[in-house]
Design a protein around this ligand. Structure first.
Ligand code: XMP
Length: 516
């Protein structure tokens, strides 16, 4: 952690832990999540400016309940316990926690019984709407703690030892359903912990570019795979600022990209930045390897292996290459369900599969502290245009998993044209920015139609347009029918070989966003 002041969130397994980190960052304070199993010594080494104990599904009375080293509460570092974090603070300090009669879940009204800095500027002290989700409850505060608020069902809905800056809330201030939740969190950060809102993307950029140029010395050469998406472009531009011509970017035209996609991004980057950029033409290789392949998993494997092969060839051409830069984001890094401890699964990183080990390259991941929307803010700081900043996510195997069945040049061309129309109509109607992803899929079947007086027997295009916040779940977007009609008419009239367009109205789960 390179930041002057930062908040560490100890994760006890709440579904809201990431949300706490985001809210703190939105307030302008850097925050990091660490598993609750971190030792007090390790934690101290970070010199956190404040701590937040997250919620979690456990009960403090359970034998294997995740705990809190009591010494942490003696450091003088301000601590905010939320939900399970509150119960843990209470039991660690000698208060009494018991199972609630029944699990309280949902809205509650908060009645404030004692004024304190936490409540500064909230809109009401009687009946503040808060979000609860708990099984246990605190029935007696520890010595030195005062009750700050209650609800109709819990006598201790908030408590504090103001002197020692230990605060705790039974409700979740991080969720939008809690009225003035952001005010309460900011009060903890600014009024209680005395932090300053200095974390922003301009500061991030400056700090990290300097750190990169220091780390990379005067000789080191770095290679970076560009995809045309916002993450890899931001990584490349940060490194370019740090080491200039010692950054070597590679963009591979796999023949599976969208219409003119590679050309547009290369032209833009070459025109605006003096990037060392190698646009590698490998369409024939990819298409020959994919010939006759219809199984989605096999397609993915072939594309992944071929990509590594091409990228490795390019990397070997650069003498003294030492580092591989890539756009790993924070959600990829965080240990999920970390209250179970370090043995819990860590999400695998999407690096250029196995290449770093094979070529003995060290990884550089300048975005590993950031969420996607923060990367977009950095992109704006770097002056990148909207078409890169707001580009929809695009899968690694590209159009190969949207051409269902065999991937041929002819079928890719049909899909590319249809996809361009979907893209253009989403843009023209202002819907591009409203949806998570919108694209066309070429189905592996033909249907009968009639054009003029002639019977046709041609391809079917499906429209897949979805809303999502993180791609884990998604719902089909309710795009107005006039826009869908325009897409359908244009595709059937303008794309030779298509005589039918259908709309995908399935949610994820049980479907997925992509069709393969
Ligand atoms: P699914 O289809 O699993 O997609 O609902 C979720 C999100 O991930 C993208 N996606 C991929 N991204 N490599 C990637 O880098 C892949 O193999 C891949 N498959 C799906 C998809 O576009 C959506 O945003």
């Amino acid at each position: 952690m390179t930041h002057n002041s930062s908040v560490i969130i100890l994760d006890y397994g709440s579904q809201y832990t990431q949300l706490i980190a985001r809210r703190v960052r939105e307030a302008g304070v850097y925050s990091e999540i660490h598993p609750c199993t971190i030792s007090a010594t390790e934690l101290k080494a970070f010199s956190p400016s404040a701590l937040i104990l997250s919620g979690g599904p456990a009960s403090v009375s359970a034998a294997d309940a995740p705990g809190l080293a009591p010494e942490i509460l003696t450091w003088g570092v301000p601590v905010l316990g939320i939900c399970y974090g509150m119960q843990l603070m209470a039991s660690t300090e000698g208060g009494q926690v018991v199972p609630a009669q029944d699990r309280e879940y949902g809205r509650a009204e908060l009645f404030i019984s004692q004024d304190c800095a936490l409540w500064n500027g909230i809109s009401r002290t009687d009946g503040l709407k808060v979000w609860m989700s708990h099984g246990d409850k605190v029935i007696a505060t520890p010595p030195g703690f005062a009750v700050l608020a209650r609800t109709s069902r819990v006598a201790v809905a908030a408590m504090a030892d103001v002197e020692r800056k230990l605060y705790a809330l039974q409700f979740h201030p991080e969720v939008v359903h809690t009225e003035d939740g952001d005010v309460i969190l900011r009060n903890f950060l600014f009024r209680i912990a005395g932090l300053k809102p200095t974390w922003n993307m301009a500061a991030f950029l400056e700090e990290n570019v300097t750190a990169l140029s220091r780390k990379l010395g005067k000789q080191d050469q770095v290679i970076c795979a560009l995809s045309g998406g916002v993450d890899s472009t931001v990584v490349a531009l940060m490194l370019h600022k740090a080491i200039g011509g010692r950054l070597h970017c590679v963009l591979v035209d796999t023949g599976l990209l969208r219409l003119n996609e590679g050309e547009e991004i290369v032209a833009y980057l070459r025109q605006h930045f003096e990037l060392n950029l190698n646009y590698v033409q490998a369409q024939d290789l990819f298409l020959s390897r994919l010939r006759g392949v219809v199984d989605p998993e096999q397609k993915r494997k072939i594309i992944g292996h071929t990509f590594i092969e091409v990228f490795e060839q390019e990397a070997r051409k650069i003498p003294g290459i030492k580092y591989l830069a890539q756009g790993t984001l924070y959600p990829d890094v965080i240990e999920s369900v970390s209250f179970k401890g370090p043995s819990a699964v860590i999400k695998s990183h999407h690096n250029v599969g196995g290449l770093p080990e094979k070529m003995n390259l060290e990884l550089i991941e300048p975005l590993r502290e950031l969420f996607k929307d923060e990367v977009r803010k950095v992109a704006l700081e770097l002056g990148l245009p909207d078409f890169i900043v707001w580009r929809h996510p695009f899968p690694g195997p590209a159009l190969a998993i949207r051409v269902l069945g065999e991937v041929t040049r002819e079928r890719l061309d049909i899909l590319r044209q249809a996809d361009k129309i979907v893209h253009n109509e989403l843009m023209a109607s202002g819907w591009y920015a409203k949806v998570w992803q919108g694209f066309a899929v070429l189905l592996p079947l033909k249907t009968v139609g009639v054009m003029g007086d002639e019977r046709t027997y041609e391809h079917v295009i499906a429209l897949r347009i979805v809303d999502s916040v993180d791609a884990m779940t998604a719902d089909w977007s309710r795009v107005p029918s006039e826009i869908l009609a325009k897409m359908s008419n244009r595709i059937i009239n303008e794309v030779r070989g298509v005589n039918r367009v259908v709309l995908d109205i399935s949610s994820k789960p049980p479907s997925t966003i992509e069709w393969e």
